[in-house]
Design a protein around this ligand. Structure first.
Ligand SMILES: *Cc1c(COP(=O)(O)O)cnc(C)c1O
Length: 416
């Protein structure tokens, strides 16, 4: 009897249980499929979980980023500062408003934009005659950027701050005074953006949200999410004629600005709400798996190292990323990925620096990004997901050992 091939380990995967399925089923049997009571319940749960005063759900993380830019009235000629290592959507949100993107470099060991990188990018925007309006720090892999320092630089130059926390639901930031603040509380930002794409820490199918402490921004986000329409008479209180219309005529609504349909459905919110109740458990599992990787991979240094850990961040790891010196290891990244795939292990690269994408190169040319290029050259994300076991982690590290270490030793011997 031949042995079955070992199961495939994807780099990321959702974890859906019977109770998630039941939650969606009960919405499907109810009165609302799109914006009904479950949307509000999910938003309330997200606000409670993050500690922000308001949470506004929307179609996906990209829509959330776009809504945040629109709510801040981002205009052409203005600039948004975006770290070079992120998903393209972070930068694209600014372009969708006709604004310019000024890329900030990142730390080559963590992939995070630091305050100094932000300062340099703000100076660069000004040098190019653009008005810098928004900074978009990204909590890469779930690790929190240094928000206190970033916010200080941003405020000094009059920029708004929007955190891209698509990787970081469940991450906690520890402050100097010993307090612990969840990502999404907006302690150092105007808004925080989340994604509930299935590969992220909790899944909605597709889904996103913006959290904020500002009632005005929350109201604006809700309006922009729904065609720019208001129908609640309390919103017309300052305009007597409209208020009277709305009180007398039950059908009355007004479109007061240009908006979109970026709503999230009750179906998606039922799944997200059910998943949210497991977030603590998910975070514990992800941290335990990351710690196991750390222990197994410590002896791979200096060929392979984990990314630099920032003091003050207690990450809910979305990705387990390592930095590999492929030159010293004597193997290309493509070959290593193919060899791992042959062992049933899928890996991914997060990310190709966004300014290197053809669309952005055409706009801004080949700008120097030494930190981002160095991070990109070495980065590889290993499998990390809730359904993974300690044995799976061992399988990955054993494959890496077989594929990386003998070649590296050979190269050391061959070296003069
Ligand atoms: C996933 C992701 C997004 C976009 O979220 P979607 O829900 O896929 O639209 C934006 N930024 C980062 C950093 C992401 O990882």
């Amino acid at each position: 009897m031949s042995a079955l091939p070992p199961p495939i380990l994807p780099y990321g995967r959702h974890a859906i249980d019977e109770d998630d399925i039941e939650a969606v089923r009960s919405v499907l049997c109810g009165d609302w499929l799109t914006t009904g009571p479950t949307v509000r319940r999910f938003e309330t749960a997200l606000a409670e979980r993050t500690g922000a005063a308001h949470a506004v759900s929307c179609a996906n993380g990209t829509a959330a980023l776009h809504l945040a830019c629109l709510a801040l009235d981002l205009k052409p000629g203005e600039a948004v500062i975006v770290p070079a290592i992120t998903f393209v959507a972070t930068a694209n949100a600014a372009r969708l408003c006709g604004a310019e993107v000024v890329f900030a470099d990142v730390d080559p060991e963590s992939g995070l934009m630091e305050a100094a990188h932000l300062s340099a990018a703000i100076a660069e925007a000004e040098r190019r005659g653009m008005k810098p309006r928004i900074a978009f720090p990204v909590h890469l892999a779930g690790q929190c950027a240094d928000m206190a320092a970033i916010a200080k630089v941003a405020r000094a130059h009059g920029l708004k701050v929007v955190e891209d926390a698509c990787h970081a639901i469940g991450t906690v930031e520890c402050h100097m005074d010993g307090s612990e603040i969840p990502v999404g509380a907006c302690a150092h930002s105007d808004m925080t953006v989340f994604s509930f794409h299935p590969v992220k820490t909790i899944a909605a199918g597709e889904g996103g949200a913006v959290t904020t402490e500002s009632a005005e921004l929350a109201e604006r986000l809700r309006r922009l999410r729904g065609h720019g329409i208001v129908r609640d008479e309390t919103m017309f209180e300052d305009r007597v004629e409209a208020f009277e219309q709305a009180v007398v005529n039950p059908w009355y609504y007004e479109m007061v600005e240009l908006g979109l349909n970026y709503r999230l459905s009750d179906i998606n919110c039922a799944l997200a709400l059910s998943q949210m109740q497991k977030l603590d458990r998910f975070v514990v599992i992800r941290r335990a798996l990351a710690a196991l990787y750390d222990a197994h991979l410590a002896r791979f240094a200096p060929i392979l190292q984990r990314t630099r850990r920032r003091a003050g961040s207690m990450p809910a790891w979305h990705l387990y990323t390592v930095l590999i010196d492929f030159e010293a290891a004597g193997i290309t990244r493509g070959q290593l990925m193919r060899d791992l795939e042959a062992d049933g292990i899928r890996t991914q690269v997060h990310y190709i620096p966004v300014p290197r994408q053809p669309y952005y190169r055409k706009l801004y040319g080949d700008i120097a990004m030494p930190g981002a290029d160095a991070y990109y050259r070495r980065t590889l994300s290993l499998p990390l997901y809730v359904g993974m076991t300690g044995q799976d982690v061992e399988r990955v590290t054993q494959s890496l050992e077989r594929l990386l270490l003998p070649r590296a030793a050979e190269r050391r011997r061959a070296a003069p």
